[in-house]
Design a protein. Structure first.
Lengths: 169, 273
């Protein structure tokens, strides 16, 4: 069972990176919207795991995307940020339930799941576009990109989420 | 000592986060100041090969259009060739030519970011080196930035770091071509003096000041122009000839005398000090 579970995560990692760089990086919807569906990896990743390992994985994921998209280390900075603050977001969204041993993402309500995903995407995109544009003078541009790309990412992530739902073990 | 260790253990996640953040910010800022990082680019072996494989598949979908474009270019070049007054083969001797040209194919294109890089399938093995110019049949595309064995990344003109010498066709008034990160079909030409007569629709071509591009490579046409805040220079919006969203075949231009020119310029600057 354990090895099964590692294989699942490794496969997920590779497939999400490939889907991101080969399909979604080339989408350029309206000329600038490139949804970042690889966030799903950090959303799906098991909750009970070691936090340090999770941040490390976030680093690797960001790095892999950065290599393909020539974006220096901006994706990396955003993925480690959401990997680090994910427990805080979960506590905010799921309340004390999150502390229980029996807690599972699939047992929560749909609204909670969507809120959780939205917050992850929002934080990720804010860090990403702030670093990418790197100037306060263009703050409106940052906001526009965060909202537009964030909405596209959310919709696609929800679609992917319902296609490949987390296995109910 | 015990307390320090306790502190590290308690905050190990936070410390790890800070450490990784510093690493990634370090990479980012390093490339803000000068060249793109040597490691963070898609010209390395793994990414290059994956992108090439994907490109091998998708390239078939645009084959018709691409053939037509190449035919049009051939037609134009044939026209020039047939109408040359003398066909002296002596003038075609490669020793006498300043520029050499190699062809390449785009395997990754991007235009939605503030810093766009294009990856092409020619590298060190095909004697492509950093700072060579890259053009298409319609106009200018960018400058080679990083090179691996089989691939190279090109800093597109749609990059906030891009700065290329350009001039108004048939005059010698030159300025710098930059990008304001807003639209992928419009770039800006700055530092053209106020006294220059301009008309909307004038053609902009590369200037002879750079040792990268030959003089007179088409760039685009004037879309609109305004005086800048100091009221003494124009700031011009240029509509590109190239459709930056749809690029396949490129030409890499090498100036044989670039090193000689740079050496001379450096020497002159050093003498000044």
């Amino acid at each position: 069972m354990i090895s099964n579970y590692y294989i699942l995560n490794v496969l997920r990692f590779i497939l999400l990176v490939l889907v991101q760089v080969l399909v979604f990086n080339r989408l350029n919807f309206f000329g600038f919207i490139n949804p970042m569906v690889y966030i799903l990896f950090l959303y799906w990743y098991p909750i009970k795991e070691n936090r340090a390992a999770f941040i490390g994985l976030g680093f690797l994921l960001g790095l892999a995307i950065d290599f393909f998209s020539d974006t220096m280390a901006i994706h990396t900075a955003s993925t480690i940020t959401i990997a680090y603050i994910r427990p805080a977001i979960m506590r905010f969204v799921f309340g004390v339930n999150f502390e229980f041993q029996s807690f599972k993402l699939s047992n929560t309500t749909q609204v909670q799941q969507i809120t959780f995903l939205t917050l992850l995407i929002l934080v990720h995109h804010l860090v990403f576009f702030t670093l990418e544009i790197f100037s306060l003078a263009n703050f409106l541009l940052v906001l526009k990109k965060v909202l537009a790309t964030g909405a596209a990412t959310l919709i696609l992530c929800l679609l992917f989420g319902s296609l490949f739902s987390v296995r109910k073990e | 000592m015990q307390q320090i260790i306790n502190f590290i253990i308690r905050y190990k996640n936070f410390l790890l986060y800070i450490l990784l953040m510093i690493i990634s910010l370090g990479f980012t800022i390093q490339s803000h100041s000068y060249h793109q990082s040597r490691f963070f680019n898609s010209s390395n072996w793994v990414t290059g090969n994956i992108l090439r494989t994907s490109n091998n598949v998708t390239t078939y979908f645009g084959l018709d259009l691409e053939n037509q474009r190449l035919m049009e270019e051939n037609e134009r070049l044939r026209y020039l060739l047939f109408n040359r007054s003398s066909l002296d083969t002596l003038a075609l001797d490669s020793v006498q030519q300043t520029y050499t040209v190699t062809t390449g194919k785009v395997i990754k294109n991007s235009y939605a970011h503030p810093r766009n890089y294009i990856t092409i399938n020619q590298g060190e093995k095909d004697s492509v080196k950093p700072d060579m110019g890259v053009i298409t049949s319609k106009g200018i595309l960018g400058i080679v930035e990083n090179v691996s064995n089989n691939f190279a990344t090109v800093q597109s003109i749609l990059n906030e770091k891009s700065n290329i010498n350009a001039k108004i066709k048939n005059t010698d008034h030159f300025g710098s071509l930059v990008w304001d990160m807003k639209r992928f079909d419009v770039v800006q030409l700055v530092d053209i003096p106020r006294l220059v007569p301009l008309t909307i629709g004038d053609t902009i071509v590369t200037g002879g000041m750079s040792s990268i591009f030959p003089e007179g490579i088409p760039i685009g046409t004037i879309r609109k122009f305004d005086l800048n805040s100091s009221q003494s220079f124009y700031s011009i919006d240029v509509t590109l000839f190239n459709d930056m969203t749809n690029i396949k075949n490129v030409y890499i231009v090498n100036n044989r005398f670039r090193e000689e020119i740079l050496e001379l310029q450096n020497q002159t600057e050093a003498d000044d000090k």
